[in-house]
Design a protein around this ligand. Structure first.
Ligand SMILES: O=C(O)CCC(=O)C(=O)O
Ligand SMILES: [Fe+2]
Length: 264
């Protein structure tokens, strides 16, 4: 993996070393403080560039253009919330997705399949273990956003989201986020509504660079990608891990996310 990743700076292949323990401790502290950590230069620059380039033919011809209006919960109704509550205000998302079955041979798949990666992520999140999905599409996705496009405000359905940015646009494409906007006990609908009105002073913005590993607690961190400007697409790889092995999507979920279904 040394040819793909900067294992000198990030020794995730040496889980028994003191350097590994220090790295994990640092990531955990940042997750606790900010709901996020990123590791710049995690994937080597030339590999990152090659991985981005390799997605382009399929992105141009075979990706799923996903354009939708949604609220930040991706749900039609939220129990206890009036339909016209401003926390349910709709935003628009447009992006283009390639699924794992369309990424065969891409370094992002090699990384996903490498057991120390899941082990390292689990340790940063304070979990006993994390498992890859068995879903042929959802395991790893690559999303492209073009000028005028972006993934809009949302909470994630999974507790954590793990990405590697493969290509930056000229302008836009930063990740905007607000950690701890809600908790398991308090949905904080008024806080959500204030943020959607642009009135939350605690929104932060991070500009990731290609090759950076980014992990964030998306379940309680409201987040969006800032609209892309200019001719260069923002391209990001998204890795799906679960607390248990063997997770797959239903055909209905696959069609909802990707416009087609592929059996496991
Ligand atoms: O593109 C990104 O950086 C964030 C992706 C994201 O929020 C998601 O996949 O849920
Ligand atoms: Fe997300």
């Amino acid at each position: 993996m040394n040819h793909l990743l900067d294992l000198d700076t990030y020794p995730i292949d040496r889980p028994d070393s003191p350097e590994y323990a220090a790295l994990v401790a640092n990531c955990r502290a940042r997750l606790a403080a900010d709901g996020m950590f990123d590791l710049p230069g995690f994937m080597r620059a030339e590999v990152t560039k090659a991985a981005a380039e390799a997605t382009k033919p399929a992105m141009a011809t075979a990706s799923f253009r996903h354009a939708r209006k949604h609220n930040i919960y991706f749900r039609d109704t939220v129990e206890g919330l009036a339909e016209d509550h401003p926390a349910l205000a709709k935003v628009e998302t447009v992006n283009h997705t390639l699924t794992a079955d369309q990424l065969v041979g891409n370094p992002v798949i090699d990384l996903y399949e490498w057991p120390p990666f899941a082990r390292f992520l689990a340790e940063t999140m304070g979990k006993d273990a994390l498992y890859r999905m068995d879903d042929p599409m959802a395991r790893v996705n690559v999303q492209a956003s073009r000028a005028g496009e972006a993934l809009n405000w949302h909470f994630d359905r999974s507790e954590f989201t793990t990405t590697i940015l493969l290509q930056s646009p000229e302008q836009g494409g930063e990740l905007e986020y607000r950690s701890n906007l809600r908790s398991a006990e308090d949905p904080n609908y008024d806080g959500v509504a204030a943020l959607l009105r642009g009135e939350d002073p605690d929104v932060k913005k991070v500009k990731l660079h290609p090759g950076a590993l980014n992990v964030f607690r998306g379940v309680n961190t409201l987040h969006r990608v800032v609209q892309v400007q200019g001719p260069t697409e923002r391209i990001v790889a998204i890795f799906a891990f679960f607390d248990r092995p063997g997770v797959i999507m239903t055909a209905k979920e696959q069609i909802g996310f990707y416009g087609r279904a592929v059996a496991a």
